[in-house]
Design a protein around this ligand. Structure first.
Ligand code: MN
Length: 491
């Protein structure tokens, strides 16, 4: 049973100064509104509202979002309206609840509905990302109580979660929710594999794993202490579904998935991160191809950490993530940490940069003619694999895989795109349709007198941005031509 006290305490843990009186009022209001309604599990309905709010507090959502979480099913399922919520709890909270109510109107049935719901999710997301956080928390509690539903319904909800919710959670960097949702769905979609892996991971290998991790901790802890670095080392629980996916992808058995031994090292500063990585490499030999510096070059969703895999004790491959506390919280809560840090540090923008794709989705929405076009573009421009390339000055740009110098040019500046005539990729002259690779350094050669982009570029550009800029330019050029031929019509 979830209690109001638990929600309030969790909220205060994040922000001791939060005035939780309104939260308590909301709990009371929702409890009365839902009255004697029951969930399929037989529990009082209000338990669902409370659990949703609690998950929000766990991912460090802000107070308004937690309150909206408590109220999220009120307009839909009780006699109280959105107006009542606005009167009692104000515009901001009512706005969030309204967002959720709108989202819940669409149900997932077959391909068309799937596309439509995905579109709605994206739109709600760019409108106010917090709506999606509530939707996720709502969904997570529904998943946890899935047993109460008939089998077909369980499968449908699990599939929908895998196809829509998990990818969006990943995009937003809310790994904690993504993993939890995936592991529950995995259980329903592949019950045999789930049971088998759960047994191997949680029963058979558990003692061995714990002993091993303790051994690594002891050795590394001593060295970090000698170097005067404050640290926290924790063994990482690997999520069953992510192991399963890796096994499928690489066609390997459970034993062969090497990063089953995984540890996380949390240290105070960025320079400590690099020092700690150096210390790890001085104890155990690293696998060079597995060293990743996501601090210098963060992932598109803002994820930062150092990663390395070493041959640890007994030559067992052991994976490390090294990061500061702030990076750690960002990695668990992703975009949710945004509001947390905004409150905590009074919206100092250096703590959070809105990911570039939020703007991208909005742009696509403005231009797309219909849902299909919208989704294809979002999938292509936002969801597919991204690569990082560099300007000669070392600035980092993130682009979809196989993007071309033209895409890069338009990302830097519209005029650079419009005036591009060629490109130097890693100091070698290349054509403008040359597919770029991860880590390339790209320099665009421009010509001042160039009139504008070529329509042929549309055949190879990969980003929506470049496509639109080229179209815009050729359109306005044609208009200029017409003006020249029929000047009287435009005077
Ligand atoms: Mn709900």
């Amino acid at each position: 049973m979830m209690t109001v006290r638990q929600i309030v305490n969790k909220t205060k843990e994040n922000n001791p100064n939060d005035d939780t009186e309104l939260l308590e009022l909301a709990c009371e209001f929702a409890r009365k509104a839902h009255g004697s309604q029951k969930r399929r599990t037989g529990e009082p309905y209000i338990q669902h509202s409370y659990h949703t709010a609690y998950v929000l507090a766990q991912i460090k959502a802000d107070l308004s979002t937690i309150i909206a979480g408590v109220l999220h099913d009120v307009p839909e399922d009780t006699e109280y309206t959105l107006e009542d919520i606005k009167k009692n709890f104000g515009e901001e909270i009512a706005g969030l609840v309204e967002g959720i109510t709108k989202l819940s109107k669409i149900k997932y049935r077959g391909e068309e509905r799937y596309r439509e719901s995905l579109r709605k999710m994206f739109l709600a997301m760019v409108h106010d990302l917090r709506v999606i956080l509530i939707k996720f928390s709502d969904r997570l509690h529904n998943l946890r109580t899935l047993d109460a539903l008939p089998p077909e319904k369980r499968i449908r909800i699990a599939k929908e979660t895998m196809e829509i919710y998990a990818p969006i959670a990943e995009l937003l960097g809310i790994w904690r929710l993504k993993w939890q949702m995936e592991d529950i769905c995995f259980k329903y979609l592949h019950p045999e594999e789930y049971k088998q892996m759960q047994y191997e991971y949680e029963v058979e290998k558990k003692t061995e794993r714990n002993q091993y991790i303790q051994q690594v901790k002891n050795v590394l802890g001593q060295k970090l202490k000698d170097a005067g670095i404050n640290y926290k080392i924790e063994g990482r629980f690997k999520h069953l579904y992510s192991i399963y996916k890796k096994m499928q992808r690489k066609d390997r058995k459970f034993d062969e998935i090497y990063d089953v031994f995984a540890l996380r090292v949390i240290v105070p500063t960025v320079s400590d991160c690099y020092k700690a990585m150096g210390i790890i490499h001085s104890i155990w030999r690293p696998k060079p191809e597995r060293i990743r510096d996501y601090i210098a070059v963060p992932k598109p969703n803002g994820y930062r950490s150092l990663h390395t895999t070493v041959f640890g004790p007994e030559n067992k491959a052991t994976e490390f993530q090294i990061r500061t506390m702030e990076m750690h919280e960002e990695s668990l809560y992703g975009i949710a940490a945004h509001w947390y840090y905004k409150q905590k540090y009074n919206s100092d923008p250096k703590f959070f940069k809105e990911p570039a794709w939020v703007k991208e989705i909005l742009e696509i929405q403005k231009e797309a003619k219909d849902t299909n076009e919208f989704l294809n573009k979002v999938k292509f421009d936002v969801f597919q694999n991204r690569i990082f390339v560099f300007s000669p000055r070392g600035d980092v740009f993130d682009l979809p895989e196989d993007a071309t110098p033209v895409d890069f040019a338009y990302l830097v500046h519209t005029e650079i795109g419009n005036k591009a005539t060629g490109a130097l990729v890693n100091n070698k002259m290349t054509s403008l349709d040359h597919p770029l690779k991860k880590g390339d350094t790209v320099e665009i050669i421009t010509e001042k007198n160039r009139k504008g982009p070529s329509r042929n570029w549309l055949k190879f550009v990969k980003t929506n941005r470049a496509r639109e800029k080229i179209r815009q330019h050729t359109k306005s050029q044609r208009l200029d031509q017409i003006k020249r031929i029929f000047p009287s019509k435009f005077s």
